[in-house]
Design a protein around this ligand. Sequence first.
Ligand code: FES
Length: 70
Amino acid sequence: MASAVCIDRCICSKVPFTELKEAAERTGADTIESLQAVREFGVNCRLCHPYVRRMLRDGTTEFHEILRDE
Ligand code: FES
């Protein structure tokens, strides 16, 4: 059965994690803050932060589970 949860972007800024991953690879940004310097995202509810952190760690851009801030 397909998972009901699919999180693949910063919803507030409408920026897909695939775009953030590209920006990270292009610029070498490896933290939320350094990534925000090159791409606007994650400034409203910040619920995307744990996902972006995971993405920066292991490259995942699509999540089927709820992540909370670590
Ligand atoms: S989902 Fe990224 S700031 Fe709200």
